[in-house]
Design a protein. Structure first.
Lengths: 307, 544
């Protein structure tokens, strides 16, 4: 009997223990650890940046127009240079992170949730409903997404909420199709058949047996989409349909600097770097999460591989 | 020691994987001569394929590492040959065939092209390769070789694909043919044909055959000498008759002991005549449609044709049939996954089919063939076993689940703490035990074993069958035991039913079926697997 109480005690570790374990697993994957640090930095900037640097991002300084980076004579805020109106690029990056993360994040999450639900339905329930969903996705995909955005934003008036809506709408088919393809494969696996034979309800089969096996793929896809959405947002802003000045996003900063590429590369470069680093970090983190949550893969993070 | 065609000496190979070091084979030595067949016999994980991979230069380093040993072919050392020299050897002098023919053939090329390629790759002009390929197809028994030359892999049956693979392998008239489980995926009657073909080809061109297999039946059928491997080491080797007739090593004895059908028939028991499952006139037809618009042609495929059977309480009923016999459709119908065209399935006199009969269906549980596929990889074992209670609320209060899971795990020979692990942390046999524990969770009266032991090694197979026997004794279970092969049911099933083409061709007491098969198909099935008779033959023969 002591045999039986022992493992159950070990099976439910205190919460702090689980957190420590997760941190150790993160520490062992150095790339993921760095990514986590960078993402944390970006999130902090988005949360507290605007209150720490309330005016600096908007303060014009016409003598410092297009000031080059790595010069400290104007103060540390100008370490990354200044834009065409002499505003500190560093301050603008910090301020811009809030809208960038908000728009890209909510658009990705919204598209992910809607796409996954529709994908699950289309994959699990074949027949008329699936056909309608899939043809809908085809139409959405064949329609130029920029044109769609123009129409929607023209009708609904440009606002952050509507930008998120449009961006999410145009990315839904990506998740939908991937999710459906995965579901089609997994629903034929024997453990699904075993659950059916036990009399499991459809909801149980879909959410307990199929979904957990689809999520890792979708997570990876979502982080890749994160960068794409940040750039789509910039093209909308460039056309004047996205975020309205004085608000700023990284994508808008890239677009603004486009005209000065030959004379002042840093205008587009720094926001571009911010976008790439965020996307890469998100991707590496997703990779780590996938490994850490897959029971068959977790050993890679649990003990060091001997060379 | 010279003069052997192929000689492996003292080979040790190690793999670095999953953060640990696995010694795949340790100091393995064997040799093969012209015109003889050497069988390497071993269960999964025994390292039986590793030395053959080394011969073909297929061991990737890293993760593999060849620690010691030498391989000589025709007197020349071939271990660590350059990629170019190895290519020169592979296919031309040493050829190989595999178990999974569909994976080994490229789906986008015609079979003819793939056979010709094995020749053109070694510098034979395309036109001559084509003529020779058609000759070869005819030789390995493919009808209408001219026409089928231009067909794709999916248009051939499993047995035919293996014949085509053999054709491609012998195209350059190699000195050595390595066959890695060539018949394991095939039906027994087809298997017999392939082994016969290999023997004929060997007689014609005098090649040496290295047969890698887990199947004693195949060894008994074809080998001249046997190497028995276990856990990376050769435990025994010698002429077939000696190894099978007078095994020296304990492992070989255990392996021979585990061969199904060596212990006679189950003792006649007093079977109750209380019918649990009754199937009456069950039929399932599939309409055949053709063309782009899928218009019904009026033709029908009869997957099940008027099948009737009764399973009594406490009985083990074996259902034997090869692929296409309708046994899978039978199981799916019983489980309510497929609606029958005609007929009924009764459980204690009440219909089991259709919605609303969930409570009745609870008494019939199933164990599937592939324990790896039938357990959700992202659920812990404890949750997998408790799932039936989560679905059928009210059977067992939630607080009782951990205790009951622990009990069930102990019943199937696992430990209570295993509840906290994931399926991938177990071996195939252990996973099947988990699946059995899940089937027992609702205290069913009947368990359908759908090829439940077919994917397991023989010794594991024997253990799982023993477990099923114990559970029957302790819980009064009845089994519907589906298998593709007769020997497995021989010492387990009280009665046996033989199916072919969707119909029952013969049924009766198991001993009757084996001793006096009446239907020609049953006779053919028995004749294609004379394992135990053949082995008995070797045992009585004087050692050479």
């Amino acid at each position: 009997m002591s045999d039986m109480t022992h493992p159950t005690a070990a099976a439910k570790p205190p919460r702090e223990h689980a957190l420590a374990e997760a941190f150790l697993m993160l520490w062992r994957d150095k790339f993921a650890f760095l990514s986590a640090c960078f993402l944390l930095l970006v999130v902090i900037a988005a949360l507290f940046g605007p209150s720490l640097l309330p005016d600096q991002a908007l303060q014009m300084n016409l003598r410092g127009r297009n000031a080059p980076p790595f010069e400290l004579e104007r103060g540390w805020l100008y370490i990354l240079g200044a834009d065409n109106m002499g505003r500190s690029l560093l301050a603008r990056l910090v301020i811009g992170s809030r809208y960038t993360l908000m728009i890209a994040g909510s658009a990705v999450v919204l598209a992910l949730v809607v796409g996954t639900i529709l994908g699950l339905i289309a994959g699990y329930r074949q027949g008329r409903i699936a056909t309608i969903i899939l043809r809908g996705a085809d139409i959405l995909m064949s329609f130029p997404s920029l044109l769609l955005a123009l129409i929607v934003l023209f009708v609904l008036a440009p606002s952050v909420g509507n930008v998120v809506l449009v961006l999410a709408l145009s990315r839904v088919p990506v998740y939908l199709r991937t999710c459906r393809a995965e579901v089609l494969e997994i629903r034929e696996r024997q453990f699904v058949k075993a659950a059916k034979v036990l009399g499991a309800s459809h909801a149980r089969i879909v959410f307990l047996h199929i979904l957990p096996n689809v999520v890792p793929t979708l997570m990876t896809l979502a982080t890749l989409e994160f960068a794409a959405v940040m750039l789509s947002e910039s093209s909308l802003s460039f056309l004047g349909l996205g975020v309205q000045a004085p608000a700023v996003t990284w994508g808008l900063m890239v677009a603004d600097g486009r005209g000065y590429l030959a004379s002042a590369w840093w205008l587009s470069f720094w926001p571009g770097v911010a976008i790439s680093l965020t996307a890469i970090s998100a991707n590496l983190m997703a990779n780590w999460i996938r490994t850490a949550t897959d029971p068959a893969q977790r050993w890679r993070l649990e003990k060091r591989t001997r060379a | 020691m010279t003069g052997h065609l192929l000689e492996v000496e003292n080979l040790s190979v190690r793999f670095h994987s999953r953060g640990k070091i696995v010694d795949a084979v340790r100091s393995v030595s064997w040799h093969l001569d012209r015109g003889e067949t050497l069988a390497i016999l071993g269960e999964s994980g025994s390292g039986k394929s590793v030395s053959a991979s080394a011969v073909m230069g297929l061991i990737d380093t890293p993760p593999g590492e060849i620690l010691s040993g030498s391989i000589r072919f025709d007197g020349r050392g071939i271990l660590g040959l350059s990629a170019k020299d190895q290519r020169e050897l592979n296919g031309r002098r040493i050829a190989m065939i595999f178990q999974d023919t569909l994976a080994a053939l490229n789906p986008v090329h015609t079979l003819g092209h793939q056979i010709s390629e094995s020749m053109t790759a070694h510098g034979i002009p395309a036109e001559r390769a084509r003529t020779r390929a058609i000759e070869l197809l005819a030789r390995v028994g493919i009808p209408e070789p001219e026409r089928r030359f231009n067909e794709y892999p999916h248009q051939f049956s499993g047995g035919q694909r293996q014949r085509v693979m053999i054709a491609a392998a012998i195209a350059m008239e190699p000195d050595v043919l390595i066959a890695d489980e060539p018949t394991s995926a095939l039906d027994v009657t087809v298997q017999a044909g392939i082994l016969k073909l290999l023997k004929e080809l060997q007689a014609e061109n005098g090649m040496g055959i290295l047969m890698i297999t887990h199947d004693l039946g195949v060894v008994a059928e074809i080998a001249d000498r046997v190497v028995v491997m276990s856990q990376g080491e050769v435990v025994e080797q010698g002429p077939l008759a000696e190894v099978l007739g007078a095994p020296r090593h304990a492992y070989t004895r255990r392996l021979l002991e585990a061969v199904p059908g060596r212990h006679g028939y189950p003792a006649a028991r007093d079977l109750s005549s209380e019918a649990l499952i009754e199937i009456r006139g069950l039929s399932k037809y599939y309409g055949v449609s053709a063309g782009v618009l899928k218009t019904p042609t009026g033709r029908e495929i009869k997957a099940l044709d008027d099948v009737s059977l009764t399973l009594n309480k406490g009985e083990v009923l074996g259902v034997v049939g090869e692929s296409g016999s309708g046994k899978t459709t039978l199981v799916n119908t019983l489980l309510g996954l497929v609606d029958p065209t005609k007929g009924e399935v009764l459980y204690r006199g009440k219909s089991m089919l259709g919605p609303g009969n969930r409570e009745i269906a609870r008494n019939v549980q199933v164990v599937f063939q592939d324990p790896t596929a039938s357990l959700n990889p992202r659920m812990k074992v404890g949750r997998i076993i408790a799932e039936p209670w989560a679905i059928h609320r009210g059977v067992l209060p939630r607080a009782e689940w951990p205790r009951r899971v622990a009990e069930l795990l102990e019943q199937v020979g696992l430990r209570p703490e295993h509840a906290d692990r994931y399926p991938h942390q177990f071996s195939g046999g252990q996973r099947q035990r988990i699946a059995i524990a899940r089937a027992l969770a609702l205290k069913p009266e009947v368990i359908i074993c759908d090829e439940a032991v077919s994917a397991l090694d023989v010794s594991i197979q024997a253990q799982v069958i023993q477990l099923l026997k114990d559970l029957r004794r302790d819980h009064g279970l009845s089994y519907l035991f589906i298998a593709h092969d007769l020997p497995v049911v021989r010492d387990f099933a009280d009665r046996t039913i033989v199916m072919q083409g969707g119909r029952i061709v013969e049924s009766g007491i198991t001993a009757e079926i084996f001793e006096h098969p009446r239907h020609p198909y049953t006779q053919k099935l028995l004749a294609s697997r004379p394992v135990e008779e053949r082995m008995r033959g070797h045992i009585t023969e004087p050692a050479e």
